[in-house]
Write a protein that binds this ligand. Sequence first.
Ligand SMILES: [Zn+2]
Ligand SMILES: [Zn+2]
Ligand SMILES: [Zn+2]
Ligand SMILES: [Zn+2]
Ligand SMILES: [Zn+2]
Ligand SMILES: [Zn+2]
Ligand SMILES: [Zn+2]
Length: 1734
Amino acid sequence: MMAESLNGVQLSTKWQDASNREAAILCYMGEQVPLIYCLEAEPQQGEEEQKVEERLLCPLECFLFGEDPCVGLEKLQQHSGCSSAQQCGRVFKEGETVYSCRDCAIDPTCVLCIECFQKSVHKSHRYKMHASAGGGFCDCGDLEAWKTGPCCSQHDPGTSVNMETDECVMDPGLRERAQMLFHLLLRYTTDMLVWEETNELSEELKPKVKQDTYFCVLYNDEHHSYDHVIYTLQRAIACDQNQAQIYTALIDKEGRKAVKRGTLGSCQQAKDNIRRNSEHIIQKPLRVEILHTAVMAHQTFALRLGAWFQKIFGYSVGLREVFCQVALEPAADNNNPCLISRLMLHDAKLYKGARKVVHELIFSSLLMDTEYKRQFAMKFTEHYKQLQEDFICDDHQRNISITALSVQIFTVPTLARQLIEEGSVIKVIVDTVMDMMREHLDSNQRFHFQGHNPDKFFRVQVIFHDLRYILISKPSVWTETLREKFLEGLHVFLRFLCCMQGMEEVKRQLGQHVEVEPEWEAGFSLQMQLRYILAMFQDWCSSDERVLLLAFQECHRALMSCTNQPFRSEPVDNYMCKQILHTRLYKVSQEPVSIHLPISRLLAGLYVLLCQTGAIQYLPDFVDTVQLNFTELAEQPLRCVVLAAQVCADMWRRNGLSLVSQVYYYQDLKCRDEMFDKDIIMLQIAASKMDPNHFLMLVLLRFELFDIFNGNSSSKDQEVLKQWNRLTEEMLYLIIVIVGERYVPGISHVTKEDVTMREVIHLLCIQPMAHSSLVKSLPDNESHETWLETVVPKVAVFKKPGVSGHGLYELKKECLKEFNPFFYHYSRPQHSKAEEAQKKRRTQEGSDKALRPPVPPPFCPGFSNIVYLLCCDIFIHILRRIFQKAVEDCSSRWTEPMIQRALHLVGQALLEEKTQLESNSTEEVTFDFSLKAQKTGSEHGKSLFHFLTKIKSLPSLKAQNDMITWNLQMFEVVKCLREKSGPVTSFSLDHSKMEECVQDKEKAERKRKAEAAKAHRQKIMAQMSAMQKNFIESNKMLYDNVPESSSQSDTAASVESLDVDESRVAVGPQQGVCSTDWGPQICILCQEEQEVQAQAPAMVLTACVQRSTVLTQDRGKTLSPEGGYPLFMPPDLAVGTHTGSCGHVMHATCWQKYFEAVQNTTRNRLHADLIIDLENGEYMCPLCKSLCNTVIPLIPVEPSKLNYESAELVGQHLTLERWVQIMSSRIRGLRGTWETDKNCKEAAEEAMVLFDESQADFRSILSFGVQEPPKFSRSITEMLGVCSTTVHRVGLQTAPNDLCPYVPVMSWNTCAYTIQAIESMLQEEGKALFGSLQNRQLSGLKALVQFSAFQRLKSRKAVIQKHFADMLAVLVPVPTVVNAPSILEVDFFHLLVGLILSIPALYQEEAVDLQPSAVSTAFNHLYLLHLVTMGHMLQVLLASHDCAVIRGPEEGDEAHAAAEIFSIMSQHTDGLRAGVSGFSVESVKRGVLPFLRCAALFFNCLTGVPPPEELSGTAESPESQLPLLCSYLSLPSNLFQLFQEHRDVGITLIKRWCGNSAISKALKGESQIIRYPRKRNRLIDLPEDYSVLLNQASHFKCPNSSDDERKHPTLCLQCGVTLCAQSPCCQQQLNGEEVGACTAHAAICGAGVGMFLRVRECEIILMASKTRGSPHPAPYLDDYGETDPQLGRGNPLHLCPERYRKLLHMWQQHCVLEEIARSLELLNVMFPFEWQML
Ligand SMILES: [Zn+2]
Ligand SMILES: [Zn+2]
Ligand SMILES: [Zn+2]
Ligand SMILES: [Zn+2]
Ligand SMILES: [Zn+2]
Ligand SMILES: [Zn+2]
Ligand SMILES: [Zn+2]
């Protein structure tokens, strides 16, 4: 215990002086470590960390530096002038975004972390981003990883001293101590990590005080399920479920966890229990160990040392180098491997947490330095086999296996070369694979995978990645050793391929269907693994002539040694057309055949390379040409091609799907380049070497068509005939391909670019395509590079995407001539699609429909003989027989596709002849197809040419007519070329032309008629679809911002139809004619028309009520759960209630029936509750599928015209003051009918003082005119109730209660809020206030206003009267109300709507239902509007913080009036508005404008009085429309004049308003003041470049946890906050339910509506309520106009403003809910996502 009193420096001196320094340090550790760690069952991390720093790490550092580490460190850095490494080396976590550069990275495994990328030159290159699988590290600073820009600005060595100098400068003492200390500690760490249960602690480490405490440690495995472990723990150690879950999660994450601490006995008991409970017949028990506490403590410290080492490396490169030396140093006793090898070899036995530490230690030391990386790589290669074997048996993921390190070393070009030369790494890898696959070998030494273990097989295949890494960059310089070692590698690789050559043979099943589908996936996944490797081997070979020749030799030898698939018969002679072929017989349909021929194919590939490089001339020196029998070499590939053809011809039906799949993959993009394509090449090689007649005879024999074409075989079996026909088609197709497919470098003079270009052209001939689909359809190389970008601009035009959809490439016209309908990479469906598309195009262009063969590039000399296939006797014979059958028209013997192919071949032959004649003299040209075609058989009128002219008139070949004509013309052209004369039209052609002419005329006539009929039909269809479209267009929610010209004109028309002289004033005694007629409406359900009448059954409008924060001025404001008093909307409009409608009208009864039916059917549908919330009354609009949750009844209103004379009369008596008095006394009088309030005395007094209400009596209100209220049918009243209950329930988020006094209030509120939302949206989009709404929007709004107005009929009058009194009290003193809110606490538009809609209730008399007459209403509206406007103006003034003093130009009445008000106001708010010395009239006007616009919309909907026409146009500035608005609203255009008009009242009121104590509080800054005009909300600004967002996300720290688990940063687009989604750390309680961070946030931020961007996934999430959400593509596009969900392609992404605006509109127009419902309906989810956990 002495040691504790010593400080770090003292301790280190003591160690330094000790006789055995190592022992001294170890003893100290042995004493201290158990005192720090594992003192309790659960680790106390903070405390432990502090102790370990203080008592262990600090003394160790003191020892290292020999003094105070701070001093030492400074010295060290002064000396070397270099702080740390120039490589970034950041280790990636799983899911972290990493970047690669397609321009500069040596290979795709070279990646940068986001920090380095942002500071690198690659930011402006063609970069790629993807999510890391974890485990790799950043290659910034690695000179070998990048062609240019290897370092980011941060890691650029140019700024500091070279690393090498570092070593020599290090103090020798320091070096010596470092060596000793690192060795000691690394050995300690190694010993502790590779610990085995039975080990004993060394003498030094043995605890001095014997303690009998142990841990029972449970290890992770991948066999037991999570639940099983939880179950086991609960049983075995008696913990509750929660604890068991925590343990299990930790075991999964860290790899192990101590689950019990106690005596040896109790731990043993726990161990037995766990093992027993986890054991199962098929499952081994869980791994459990009992470890002494001291051992556990040392293991914990050993892990801690990992991080400490990394910190030390940061001090100096020299220290890091010392560590590397120590790690690689051979062990003293030579029996043990070096320390790092021990750790490596033990990797598979280590638990996850320990592995991570070891790997990071390797990353930060050995891999950071070229020389040590090399030494480490040698060690790694040395142990390679062992490591892989361990990995195969290990059940952990590869990313936490040491084997995953291969990517870090094998991909470094110089290192790879060294490893090949010095470590024979190719051989090592192939040998390793071979060893592991040996168990799959059958007696013939070929692989057979039936019954293999897929998991293990998958792990074996991963080894092939290493071979790819090694071969990834081919050498520029070859040394002799490299040649030797490479060929040695190739040799073993060929041995491996030998086991594949001919593996998994199939034999045609006859009679009976195959019983067990044979295994085939394993063979093909192996083939797919090998694909890149084979390509890379060939690539390497091509870079050195000698290697290429030797490789060919080796490969040929290997092929010769394969004895698979021997012939079973002796050769025989086969005769046809006087030709003899001496060959052995073999029938694919009867004997075994294999689809796997890797060696044949590799040989074909190498042969082409020999031709390409010219090395072929030396071939005889390497391979005996006698042995090179190409007939033999082509045999196997030919069988394979025939197999595919026979499968096509349905001959192998009984062999099941397995074979069909194999044939599919054989020709599919993923395999074809090293399978089908190479077979074709081998056949081309054979065709170039063999006599053409013999070649074709061989083909006929193998296709089993020889006898048929010899006329020796016949059958009447339709099935057999069909097979022969299909086989003939396939055979002809093969000849087309062999002769025509020349786009392989070496076969013709084409470049790789030409090859890609041809692929692209043919893909685009099918249809225009998006970039990503093109990429997917093109073969890639090992770097996943397709060279599409360089090629595509040459052949295609880019068509930009619209607001939805994606960008497309369209083929350039001049490329169409390259189109080959028999392109060999077309799949069957692609072939017919392309053919159809091209024929259609030609018809549209008015050309003929002949799809002629394109002119191919000439063959290289080595292959030029192939063309003679097209003029040999057998060829002519084959074609003649085919055409003859067509001419004789024996229908079962020929098919149209057969003729089509034959015609194509004729075309190819004629093109070839033409080309030859054009470039050579006629005498030199030996290609004589046209001559033979005309001569052979002509004596009987049976020449090919004759047949051709005859089939032209066959009606069954009408579709081929154009092609036949073209062929005949070609004959003519060739003939002319032969005769060296210009093309003269011969008689025969003329004749046929005339014939054609007549035919054409008839055809034209027929066509004209057909077209006329078609046009007529189309017109009708178009009309119908236009109607439908219009209907849908005008009825679905509007997202697009195009001006609605049609609806505008609609509105304009209705305006014009009115008398122009009519008053365009909506309020007051000058009010125009009220007209709210609905006109007849058609029910969308029963299609019947009905007038909207008071006594008729109700018509209803679909509607959706939702809470909204779209207008909020205080986002994120939480409302108290009680919801406060909803009568007054606070001016921040924090949460409003929006009611939208798609404008579709139904009978109430029809709707009810529909609604019930929907409820019943949907209830039974799977997951329907995710789409519509039945409990909340949701349904989809039957017509447009918009989401709705209620209906609004259409309220009929009789048109009425004011009697202007009586209005004028009333006006003379009824001043504002008088009106207030009347209201006041009415309210006082009514008070008796509600409750009495003691506190009212004060209020009454105030009212008395300000407005002497005794002037009026209780009933004077009635004297200005009353009338009977309308009577509505029962169904209308009922619907009023339905709607108001929904609004109340949704708006207040409360249980339905139609007796709640706030039911009417919520109706007024939603009316006001919806108008405000619409006004804001119109303003935002710069649209006119009137006339720009679509009809359906307008009718929705009108219905909503009318409904709100008449909702009062459903409520108790007293309730409404009280609401009115309370609201009025904000403006004028009301005798019954105390504590009315101040004018800064209410939204005046909500107030206006409430007052206007509730005032009729005051007219209610006990015995009779009454409502104000038109005249009374006019004055009520006028005075209420005046009062509210005055209040609002003052509100705007009080809130203005604009310091401008009234300036010159504002002189005049307006300014004068304004100044006066300002001075009165200032008097009453003296000293509180410091710094505000005045205001500008304009700014007040701007502030009041939105209110006036809303009021205009409101009164328009309420009264139907048309607005001044100018308001239907867009104004230059919204302010310029102010006078028009004022005139419509009967306000003075100089608003300040209001106060003068009602002078006494005005001043009184200003005093009253300013006097409210809440105002002085607000002005003192104690509460928030809203400024006017209110700010308009938008979604947050997004950066243009998506990587900026990724960068921000990478800095994201979860607020609630500090673990290094992968997080999902998710951005709220409403407020910009970043949340930690989908993670248990940030779950919250919401209404007693556990929900994810996003759901919880959306509840507050968007009142349930959420719009989030999941940054890593590049995906928008729309959310509504807890359970509903839907993904939506993010508004980011790559350069090809495509979105990239999940960043699957990883191209650079840029913001698309149009798409973002579309999202904004969706949000502003409250369509999020609807969008979700729509997309869910579309998806029809099977596996619902738990949105609430987001
Ligand atoms: Zn980096
Ligand atoms: Zn960097
Ligand atoms: Zn770059
Ligand atoms: Zn109906
Ligand atoms: Zn609808
Ligand atoms: Zn938010
Ligand atoms: Zn979190």
